[in-house]
Design a protein around this ligand. Structure first.
Ligand code: PLP
Length: 334
């Protein structure tokens, strides 16, 4: 089944496996064996989970002869930054239709979007963004261009393939290091990362419970999206008769700290805690909330002591600099 995924159109952005590192100090503190899958270190433009998805999205766009990528996301979007970077890598133009939340000062991801020469268009809502992308695509076509609309967060069957393949990488790497993981925990938004992990784990026999920590949306909404993305992904990979029980999809929405993009004192304290324990940087929109969820699930006994847990660091580091004033506000000088 994995060979089928390897045969799909793909533009290689990643040449090495991201590290799987033991977080020794946090492991000791939590009473589990905690490993961090460093997808924040994936090779393209400051890394993150979107790099894996974009390999297959770019593959599809190039196969169709497209010359322009159009996508959408929040003003602080990692997906937008990496789409702009990936486009440059293969000589395409990128248009980013950005919505709240996020400050518009040229910092963090927004600054990087500008460095990559992406054309940025601001709108006020997701609905408006969808319409604006369609309008833009028609306009570009009218001028003889071949645009490709990349779904928000790379949540397409192509995007799902990135994390289906990552499940294989995790299996090889973990088993190679003598680790049989009980849990995989990560931040979940559009659900494409989780869908890929679920699909890939089933295909390769990686028997760990996958827990998505919602960064904003209600769990039921994300579960539905994960389920349909798993099915779309399986179909794209030509895997017939594949299904999963929606009840088996685990998404927890108790750790959104006020909703998508809301950055509270607790979120910043999680960032400083992990920075001081492990010299590991988390971002305030995605990975800090996922880590807060992981720590609380251990505290509550949902994740049992001595479990082997892989936390996927899905990236987002430039967001630290986009919200530098909130981070500084809640981090007193030592
Ligand atoms: C750093 C980071 N973590 C997690 C996610 C969520 O991934 P997904 O949309 O695949 O659920 C995103 C998506 O924007 C992200 O940028």
């Amino acid at each position: 089944m994995i060979p089928r995924i390897l045969d799909l159109p793909r533009f290689r952005l990643i040449n090495t496996m991201s590290p799987l590192e033991k977080a020794v100090n946090l492991s000791r503190e939590l009473g589990i064996d905690l490993y961090i899958k460093r997808d924040d270190l994936l090779e393209l433009a400051l890394g993150g989970n979107k790099v894996r998805k974009l390999e297959f999205i770019l593959g599809d766009a190039l196969r169709r002869g497209c010359d322009t990528l159009i996508t959408t996301g929040a003003v602080h979007s990692n997906h937008a930054r990496l789409t702009a970077a990936a486009a440059r890598k293969v000589g395409l133009e990128a248009y980013l239709v950005l919505t709240p939340p996020g400050p518009r000062d040229p910092k963090g991801n927004l600054l990087l979007d500008r460095l990559f020469g992406a054309k940025v268009i601001y709108v006020d809502s997701r609905e408006e963004a969808d319409e604006a992308m369609e309008r833009l695509a028609r306009d570009l076509e009218g001028r003889g261009r071949k645009p490709y609309i990349v779904r928000r967060g790379g949540a397409s069957p192509q995007g799902v393939m990135g994390y289906a393949l990552a499940a294989y990488e995790i299996l090889m790497q973990a088993y190679g290091q003598g680790i049989k993981p009980n849990y995989i925990v990560h931040a979940t938004g559009t659900g494409a990362t989780q869908a890929g992990l679920i699909l890939g784990s089933r295909l390769v026999g990686l028997d760990a419970k996958i827990i998505g920590i919602s960064v904003g949306s209600p769990a039921d909404k994300i579960k539905k999206e994960v389920h349909s993305l798993v099915l779309e992904g399986a179909k794209y990979a030509g895997i017939k008769g594949f299904d999963i029980d929606p009840e088996d999809i685990v998404v927890i929405d108790r750790y959104t700290y006020g909703g998508y993009g809301s950055i509270t004192k607790e979120v910043v304290e999680a960032i400083t805690h992990v920075a001081r324990k492990e010299a590991l940087l988390l971002d305030p929109v995605y990975t800090a909330k996922a880590m807060l969820g992981l720590m609380d699930l251990v505290d509550k006994g949902y994740i049992e002591k001595e479990s082997k847990v892989i936390f996927i660091h899905t990236g987002g580091i430039p967001i630290i600099f986009q919200y530098d004033n909130i981070l500084a506000q809640y981090t007193p000088e030592s």
